[in-house]
Design a protein around this ligand. Structure first.
Ligand code: ADP
Ligand code: ZN
Length: 755
């Protein structure tokens, strides 16, 4: 390389290696990077964007290469954010450059190229309704596919994007053309709003006077010390949002600092976001998934420059580049969506606490059903505990009743021929309650946490169940379009009336999904306006808010959905909540299965009776004595915690100990098993040599879901009551253990599920 070598710098690159890299600066260049600046550097035969860490010391490597470009005048990460990245890299055992890439907006890391934002999208709409069955049968005599598509459009509210129909739902363009030619549908160009949230009607902030309980919580928070963490345990409808807002008023408006508000998912919580916007208006940046990379970058810049002072968003908003941070709110802190499912597998709640401590901000973790981890921390005095044990305005928590599905009456189909009979799905008690609620002009929310039509399809002659060819998971039966679908990898295939194992023709649907319940509801309550909300009806990025807005304005009588409908909704006219089958997921082989079930039941129950009319909750279950069900019925969080923590003593599970789950996967089963077994021995040897008496190893064993997306999966579970020991062991393993070629190893620290 000609010319003189300039100063050396140490650079973090987003590559899967636990090391940093040394590069030389161009002595001619006028721009000198500081810690946190982006640098473009050569890597192998290409280029990569890295982050400058510091001047390099020690001996330069023999062939040091030169920095190609220093694109920005200012660093993209300040000292405190660099510190946070270092902590994440260390704690979650991830290379520093990989952490940095996930902390910055995509546009800055070169992962995606800036794209011109699409201003229009192609939308398919129904032009002519076919209200009667006779009309329909006549129109589609020889066009089954057209009928399926037409009815699907109806179930999507009469319109859908063309991409969704052709790509996700795999309809052929000729079916679409056919319907269009007959004038039943039309394809139109629709303007895409650049920021749908900005376009939402800005509501006037109701100025409530805080209740004494709210006042006490607000006072504690506004006089807290820098870095203090609080758990705000407030029952559903206790007015937690007002507490957050008053804290932010002080931090942002009076102290002139900044704040971050984390919500589980923006699209599911438009009401909460609206309330913040009503108070803080233009000083808020809402970071939601419908933003393009360009818009996301714009919001990032506005926050960095201080033009916006509050960031509201899901998990990754914890990295908002605000300066002078005064508070972080983590709403619904128990939600698993705060944990990232891919590398770096961080938990936004934990990152928030570390960041706040570093920057002197206050943290509020809010929930009606706190995670056991946070509860134990509050009990031990590590977090301040703030309680709102009552609903605001003297409202009562709804009465919850059990409907025992084992009781006499028609059973849910163990092998019913066609769709389950309506009286088995909606027991008399629930059916009557829905009828009465409809007649009073009030609204009903129905929860069934399983999408699709039926859970799986089974041959009653030989017992064979149709499973995914790529995953060890049964395929779910869907309608509109009718097919069998894998919820893990998206594989789909037509429904085969013949059993592939025995050739018999006795394939039966088993278990209920939301599509089937919707059908039953439509038949049973033909005049009710029913909306279904699950992954299949909300593929459009803005579909959630549209459905929820319709519920709010009274255009929907019955809202049916999966866990999506259980979060944060505040509709005073909802007086009945029904859980169609509480047992979905309760028996999953995961140590958190009961906790999830309790949280879901409590949260959905909390949607009822938020207005003056009160409300009732009916839970259909086959396990009425299960502690998750019993405690949800009595609204007894603390009793649930006691029972659950006792159940996690032996064998020990969090929050009593810490976990590191090491998962091995490969396309060949034996290769996977061998790698896991070798790793298990390696780790046991290390523990013995280092005398880590407090660390135990479980496994290696196949994961509960043995195969996903054609890869076999094994795991080794590491337990310890010392977080430090787990961290050291994880790093030592990640840096030294050599897995055979073709085997992917992932480390998941503090996993939220072990499936
Ligand atoms: P949570 O998040 O605890 O379930 P919310 O924050 O959604 O409860 O509040 C429930 C309802 O009570 C909302 O409609 C809110 O506007 C109202 N509310 C909150 N605080 C007060 C108050 N001090 N006085 C009157 N209404 C209130
Ligand atoms: Zn699959």
């Amino acid at each position: 390389m000609p010319g003189e070598t300039g100063k050396l710098i140490e650079v973090a690159l987003p590559v899967p290696l636990f090391q940093t890299f040394t590069y030389a600066l161009d002595p001619e260049s006028e721009r000198v990077p500081v810690a946190g600046s982006r640098v473009v550097v050569p890597l192998r035969t290409g280029k990569e964007i890295g982050i400058c860490l510091r001047p390099a010391d020690g001996q330069p490597p023999r062939k040091v290469r030169r920095v190609i470009d220093v694109p920005d005048e200012e660093p993209v990460l300040n000292e405190r954010m660099l510190g946070l990245c270092r902590w994440m890299a260390d704690y979650y055992v991830v290379p520093l450059g990989v952490v940095m890439r996930s902390v910055l907006p995509a546009l800055l890391t070169g992962v995606t190229q800036p794209q011109p934002s699409r201003k229009t999208r192609r939308v398919v709409r129904i032009r002519q309704d076919l209200p009667t069955l006779t009309q329909r049968d006549k129109a589609f005599t020889r066009a089954r596919q057209q009928r399926t598509l037409f009815e699907l459009l109806e179930s999507l509210g009469g319109a859908s994007t063309i991409d969704h129909l052709l790509e996700q739902l795999a309809f052929s363009p000729s079916v679409l053309k056919g319907l269009e030619k007959r004038g039943l549908i039309e394809v139109v160009n629709e303007e895409v709003d650049r920021d749908p949230f900005a376009a939402r009607i800005q509501k006037v902030a109701p100025s409530h006077v805080p209740t004494p309980r709210q006042r006490a919580a607000i006072d504690r928070l506004t006089s807290a010390n820098a870095g203090e963490v609080f758990l705000l345990h407030g029952v559903t409808g206790s007015g937690k949002t007002l507490v957050y807002i008053e804290l932010l008023r002080k931090v942002v408006q009076r102290d002139g600092r900044t704040a971050i508000v984390l919500v589980p998912e923006i699209a599911l919580t438009p009401q909460t976001v609206d309330r913040f916007r009503a108070v803080f208006g233009d000083s808020i940046a809402v970071l939601h998934s419908a933003l393009s990379d360009g818009e996301r970058y714009d919001a990032w810049l506005a926050l960095k420059r201080g033009e916006k002072r509050i960031a509201v968003g899901a998990r990754s908003a914890v990295f908002a580049p605000v300066e002078n941070l005064g508070a972080i709110v983590v709403d619904e802190e128990h939600e698993t969506s705060y944990k990232q499912g891919e590398t770096p597998r961080y938990h936004a709640r934990e990152v928030a606490i570390v960041r706040a401590r570093e920057e002197g901000a206050v943290v509020v973790l809010g929930s009606a059903t706190p995670s056991l981890e946070s509860w134990v921390n509050a009990e031990a005095g590590r977090y301040g505990l703030l309680s709102l044990p009552e609903r605001v305005g003297g409202g009562k928590l709804p009465a919850v009743e059990i409907v025992d599905l084992r009781a006499r009456g028609e059973q849910l189909p163990p092998g019913a021929l066609q769709p389950a009979s309506p009286t088995a799905v909606l027991r008399e008690r629930l059916d009557t309650a829905i009828t009465q609620t409809l007649s009073r002009g009030e609204q009903t929310i129905l929860l069934l946490n399983r999408r699709g039509y039926s859970a799986f399809v089974q041959c009653i002659d030989c017992g064979n169940v149709v499973v995914c060819p790529n995953c060890s998971i049964t395929l779910t039966h869907h309608q509109a379009p009718e097919r069998l679908l894998c919820h893990y990898c998206g594989h789909h295939e037509p429904l085969d009336p013949k059993c592939r194992r025995c050739g018999g023709r006795s394939m039966r649907q088993r278990g209920l999904g939301t599509q089937q319940v919707e059908r039953i509801l439509c038949d049973r309550f033909p005049n009710a306006r029913i909306a279904r909300m699950d992954v299949d009806t909300t593929s459009g990025k803005w579909a959630h808010a549209e459905i929820l807005d319709r519920v709010e304005s009274g255009e929907v009588d019955i809202l049916l959905g999966t866990q999506m409908i259980a979060k944060g909704l505040d509709f005073p006219n909802v007086t009945l909540v029904g859980v169609v089958d509480a047992d979905v997921g309760i028996n999953l082989p995961d140590f958190r299965a009961s906790e999830r079930c309790f949280q879901l039941l409590s949260q959905v129950a909390g949607r009822a009776g938020r207005g003056e009319k009160g409300g009732v909750v009916l839970i259909q279950t086959r396990v009425p004595m299960h502690h998750a069900v019993v405690c949800a019925v009595t609204h007894d969080y603390e009793r649930f915690v006691r029972a659950e923590v006792t159940g996690r003593e032996n064998p020990p599970y969090p929050p009593l100990i810490r976990l590191l789950n090491i998962v091995f996967s490969a396309t060949r089963e034996k290769l996977t098993a061998d790698a896991a077994i070798a790793a298990g021995e390696w780790i046991r040897g290390l523990i013995a040599a280092q005398k880590l008496s407090d660390v135990t190893v479980v496994g290696p064993a196949p994961c509960p879901i043995e195969r996903i997306k054609t890869r076999w999966r094994w795991h080794v579970l590491i337990k310890s009551s010392h977080a430090g020991d787990i961290g050291r062991l994880g790093r030592y393993f990640a840096e030294r253990f050599k897995a055979p070629a073709g085997v992917r190893v992932t480390l998941d620290r503090d996993p939220v599920a072990l499936l």
